[in-house]
Design a protein around this ligand. Sequence first.
Ligand code: DSN
Length: 482
Amino acid sequence: MTQPFDATAASAAYRNALEVIGAVEPTIAGAIRAELDDQRSSLKLIASENYASPATLLTMGNWLSDKYAEGTVGHRFYAGCQNVDTVEQAAADHAKALFDAPHAYVQPHSGIDANLVAFWAILANRIESPALAQASAKHVNDLSDEDWTTLRKALGDQKMLGMSLDAGGHLTHGFRPNISGKMFHQSSYGTDPETGLLDYDKVAATAREFKPLILIAGYSAYPRKIDFAKMREIADEVGATLMVDMAHFAGLVAGKVFTGDFDPVPHAHVTTTTTHKSLRGPRGGMVLCQPEYADAVDRGCPMVLGGPLSQVMAAKAVALAEARRPEFQTYAQAVADNAVALAEGLMKRGVKLVTDGTENHLVLLDVSSYGITGRQAESALLDAGIVTNRNAVPRDPNGAWYTSGVRIGTPALTTRGFGVDEFDRVAELMVDVLSSVTPTTTSAGAASKAKYVLADGVADKTRAASAELLDKHPLYPGLDLN
Ligand code: DSN
């Protein structure tokens, strides 16, 4: 499922690049080589990571990086941006075609940046404040103290409603330590305590009572799809703007696994995403929106973003071109099918999953029945060469640091070519490790939340079994740095 590439040409390109880099700073050339070895030899199950194609990766290492291009295509604050214009236009055109979106803004450097652009655009578009209108039209450096005082006052009265962090929402959806929780009065909707599923009637009831300016849908740890048509109905009923953060599942939208009511783009006023997770592009962000938000979205730089990273916009164009090929739809369907196989493989071996399954690319394990925390599970799995991340489960008694959960996903290993049988074997290996972990006891006699012992031989046995799977599906087949 790796994007096909010319291994001879890519090998020569990387060998030559590493020679040039190594002549200046061998430590860095060594770290780049070592990272490839590490990625090749571990079972990468982090739900938000993937393996971009050599074409996408190579696009980021060149002189486009040296060009400033604040502004938008054809309207730059710097001279000589004709090639960046070509790059940005190509990326936006691919994004619009891929997602059937009226407008695309490809400058955000990350998902958080994309969300900030969206927040600002929604405020600028929805709030009838002369100060906001003036601020949108001004360079950020030209805002007076008086402008900012008025803005803060106007912003302080606006409200955002998003999924709670605890239920799988993201920290930029109004979590207090994030700027979103400071810019807006915030409220959240959770999931049903029995099923773990989103209850749309409850979301509607909360929205009616809270009356948010922005209703956010999207998640980083909810293993189900969302009905965006229903979310739009709720937003319309209360006069909210529907913003969808599809960072995690953009690849499933691009690959036509999520269509109709489950495709956010036609239903949301503004859709944000990252480009590197299931979408398999470079690390970065993007905003798609309906025409009425386009002007305000395009003011993202310089309002909340620094100068665009032209080399990353170029890599977005390459990755989006790849995602427009029919093979990407096959890949996206395999990501979803593999997630079901992984979930079933875990459940049939006795693992408790949040929502008892999955409908997307991710699976959230509740490891408390093993008598361990998410942190102990994450560390023990890593000892055995299985890379995951700990994650809170709804109403987690261990909080967000130690947690009771482990979040895993299928995008990366599906790129390597793993299928349902291999994911069932991955489930078996994970269960072998989880059932061999014992928490150590603290000096006060309590079970530690961080320290543990993994039974002798389990790590080595798991690594050997993983190596068999990984050797069958090499990462970047034929790519040789020596
Ligand atoms: N870091 C991303 C994730 O892992 O979901 C989101 O911020």
